[in-house]
Ligand binder design. Sequence first.
Ligand code: ACO
Length: 324
Amino acid sequence: MRATIAGCGGYLPETRLSNDELAALHGLETSDAWIRERTGIGFRHMAAPDQTASDLGAAAARDALARAGVAAEEVDAILVATSTPDSAFPATAVRIQAKIGATKGFAFDMAAACTGFVYALGVADSLIRAGQARCVLVIGTEVYSRILDWTDRGTCVLFGDGAGAVLLRAEENGGTREDRGILSCHLHADGRFGDILHVEGGAGSNGGAGLLRMSGKEVFRHAVTKLASVVDEALAANDMSHADVRWLVPHQANLRIIEAMGRKLHLPAERVVVTVDRHANTSAASIPLALAEACGDGRIGPGDLVVMEAIGGGLTWGAALARF
Ligand code: ACO
């Protein structure tokens, strides 16, 4: 059994702020030039005060279902990658299940920070291969605006809110094409580096404001080497080389990291899907949002081999290969 991608959807909150608007709103000593030069970010979307991760995720899920032409009642598993759940429980996945009107099967959240979507895709693929689910929504949804320290200009300019979703279906031998669907997912973690990117506070701590902390240079150092290595691992596992890759859909943290990965795969810039300039870093939502955009405008089409890769807090990192 193979997990094929039946539809990709996305949702971005209405409010969109430029770098200058964000700086003015929070009284930040920064500039559009600094942010663009270091990160490639120009804009980000911000959830309304009454919008939660499950609201954004449900909107992205409805979009993916509509694009796939599948009814919510057919969904038998919902996996949600998020670091900003509505609450500790019920899981955001279960809240989304109720919001979209699905009642079958099971739903749960996964926490792997910015790598969350690749982790959730890997688990969903395994569930389908094992025959435990046939129609799976994999969602990344984040409201990072709620965990940012608006006095820390080194982090608060980097993130945005949004959600993306992919609908996977079980198909014998990939359906119409034998090599279609999720080919393989490669997941890694190394908890020794947990401190370089973390959210303080939580039930296991003695306090903390629940805000994101990051050693940017350290994260950058790990990002390029670990992403290059996991992409090599994914290609080798499928007896492929960079020449087989049609599209790179990377986690959208920083344009410099994305461009380095494009060069590593010898891909021209037009074969690398970039949204970080308009969405900033939406963590677990960034890859499915980028997929929704590139599938929606016809860039990614049937038969295309796509590499997805991400690194995030944990540290966690991973890559997935899929043929559309
Ligand atoms: N505006 C203006 N100046 C700033 C800003 C800002 N928004 N933020 C930091 N600075 C200043 C610092 O205060 C520092 O000033 P100083 O030299 O007077 O002390 C100077 O700029 C350099 O700061 P650094 O933190 O060393 O800047 P760096 O060149 O490392 O860039 C950045 C920071 C963009 C975060 C970079 O380290 C990076 O891209 N790291 C990768 C991490 C990343 O992308 N994280 C996203 C989340 S993790 C993930 O999704 C994988």
